[in-house]
Write a protein that binds this ligand. Sequence first.
Ligand code: ADP
Ligand code: MG
Length: 397
Amino acid sequence: MRTIDDLDVKGRRVLVRADLNVPLDGETITDDGRIRASVPTIQTLAGRGAKVVVCAHLGRPKGKAEPKYSLRPVAARLGELLGQDVAFATDVVGDSAQATVAGLQDGQVALLENLRYEPGEESKDDQERGEFAARLAALAELYVGDGFGAVHRKHASVYDVPRLLPHAAGGLVVGEVEVLRRLTEHPERPYVVVLGGAKVSDKLGVIASLLTKVDRLLVGGGMAYTFLKAQGHEVGQSLLQEDQLDQVRGFLDQAAERGVELVLPVDVLAATEFGKDAPHDVVEASAIPADRQGLDIGPKTRELFAAKLADARTVFWNGPMGVFEFDAFAGGTRAVAEALIASDAFTVVGGGDSAAAVRRLGLPEDGFSHISTGGGASLEYLEGKTLPGLAALEDAE
Ligand code: ADP
Ligand code: MG
């Protein structure tokens, strides 16, 4: 993959596909991690005298302008972090975008409005996507792919534009790929993966693939209940995906055959309802009352998971251990995060919510070897899939 060091950018318009998909509460950015991660590449290009045109998406506006998904607040925050004004175009490829780009001096930065306001961005129709890509490409002379969180999408700004312009990978993408390569090619062992989050179905592919590679797989979060049920335990009102039970039984068998240690919760915090102040007790994972739901892993499980992480040389963690958004159910996620911080292993956190949890809990981000900006993208990479945005960047021109 060519990097930005291979491009001569001075005085040229460079379109940077970034991942600025941050959580918003109204117009307030509640976690600016992805914006901060995008700064170095933009700053380097601007510092070398490029006219930097940043494009990105926010949320799922489904092909039309929707003010609540506007990137305007992101432009302001990006400007603060860069320490220079960021011009904001109120459309993606229309009059405002063209005028904004035309007004850039060398070293200045502009942000286009949400790419997903345009139906062509996500279109499955190659021609519709291609037409939008051509309009986007016409705004610039060079392309830099730096939106790691979107490289698993076959979208115009990710997949089609790099075929139309000389291109390179930005520093964020280069760094993410290096880390993921280290996880997939000869990881130091023991290699332990911790999976959590809401749904097993989101992560079936990666579980199947990880079972052929890891020494231990620890499963917590909402997805653990489908595993517990598959083992024959009742899980009460806990999150359960009945339709995945067969698949999960297959995983249990496969782990046993391959000698992969599959570690499930032994106790949980069982709450009377889903809510931040829900009354709850610690119960054995094998004795969840019928009217309760498990919202976090229990204290014995936290210790067990920490012990299973203690001698690891490589750790990948994706998905919170409980409903960390509620303080009462954030303890399991905190315990796993602290076990990673305490470990000497090469530790990688992947997943939007997992990374947000680390910051929300006030844990030091530099306590981990790497916090990935891409959840879906890192999982698909680990699964061994070809990521459209990386494939496009690997092509020679
Ligand atoms: P990531 O974005 O890190 O990949 P996911 O999106 O898969 O993680 O899952 C995150 C969500 O899972 C969080 O919103 C969290 O509240 C939810 N979750 C975790 N444990 C449970 C549980 N026991 N019951 C319900 N939801 C849970
Ligand atoms: Mg998520």
